[in-house]
Ligand binder design. Structure first.
Ligand SMILES: C[S@@+](CC[C@H](N)C(=O)[O-])C[C@H]1O[C@@H](n2cnc3c(N)ncnc32)[C@H](O)[C@@H]1O
Length: 271
């Protein structure tokens, strides 16, 4: 009997990727990025690749060209779209409460699993200074581009100014800190959760992020390092009914309709 087709195959081999530009004015920037990422410079339509990073006139886009993800491009966006809506109409989001943000108290946050920066931007919008770590170079490049655009827009400039992106592994940083517990009030973790079977339910951006970064095997060690480093608390985002990360019981939880924030207090909050 022939072996069953493995739906997760694209994640297990290395992905084929390239960098392209769609206007001649972007050629130099695209060539720079290709060099930094160690990827070839390609035409903006390339059927033999899994994805292309395209430097357009306005932004850096990831276009998935393989057949296992949505074809529409993704990019990091903080000015318009859902992030813009959240900024203009958002109330007090659960993440903000979980991080211990209060009137007159905006903790310093280390976002150890940066992704596309949505959560970090929300925290920065409430006055938190946020150091974002993102270890996947392609995701970090998309995030850097989104932050640069946010820094150039009057509505998002202040929040973007409170964010510092580090394209590196947060676990290594946290494990090697000389003064754990100092300088960082909150460590925030939002590790990738294993795929749901009904993949249509998974948003386009998350689906593509999963294909890019694959499984995250070191979350138990990341949580241990975070608990050692956070001066006040560690906040972990989980699907609502998932077990706590690494089986460690949190101090308390905040639950919404689909998501839960597990809060691990490492030191009582100052009154
Ligand atoms: C689910 S996404 C985070 C989404 C993010 N909270 C947002 O609002 O866009 C997880 C991300 O964490 C990154 N990541 C996982 N472990 C990491 C580590 N130890 N250091 C840096 N980045 C990490 C992955 O590459 C991935 O991009």
């Amino acid at each position: 009997m022939p072996p069953e087709k493995n739906k997760e195959q694209p994640r297990q081999r290395s992905l084929r990727a390239g960098v392209a530009f769609d206007r001649p004015e972007q050629a130099a920037a695209a060539a720079d990025l290709a060099r930094q990422l160690g990827l070839p410079l390609v035409a903006p339509v390339a059927d033999d690749l899994d994805f292309i990073l395209v430097r357009t006139a306005t932004r850096l886009e990831l276009r998935w060209t393989g057949d296992v993800a949505p074809a529409a491009p993704v990019w990091a966006e903080f000015v318009a779209g859902p992030a813009g809506y959240r900024r203009r109409h958002g109330g007090r989001e659960m993440l903000i409460r979980a991080a211990g943000v209060k009137q007159g108290r905006a903790p310093s946050v280390l976002d150890a699993t940066g992704g596309m920066g949505r959560d970090a931007f929300l925290l920065a919008g409430c006055g938190c200074t946020v150091r974002i770590f993102e270890r996947h170079p392609v995701v970090a490049a998309l995030l850097r581009d989104g932050l640069l655009r946010a820094a150039a827009h009057p509505e998002t400039r202040d929040s973007a100014g409170r964010i510092h992106l580090v394209a590196a592994d947060s676990r290594e940083f946290l494990e090697n800190m000389t003064n754990p517990g100092e300088n960082i009030d909150v460590v925030y973790l939002d590790p990738m959760f294993p795929e749901r079977t009904k993949s249509a339910l998974v948003k386009k951006e998350l689906q593509i992020l999963r294909l890019l970064v694959g499984r995250e095997e070191d979350t138990e060690r990341l949580l241990a390092a975070a608990l050692n480093a956070a001066g006040n608390r560690v906040v972990v985002k989980r699907p609502k009914s998932a077990p706590p990360l690494a089986g460690r019981k949190p101090s308390h939880c905040l639950s919404g309709t689909t998501t839960r924030f597990d809060v691990y207090l490492t030191m009582p909050a100052a009154s």
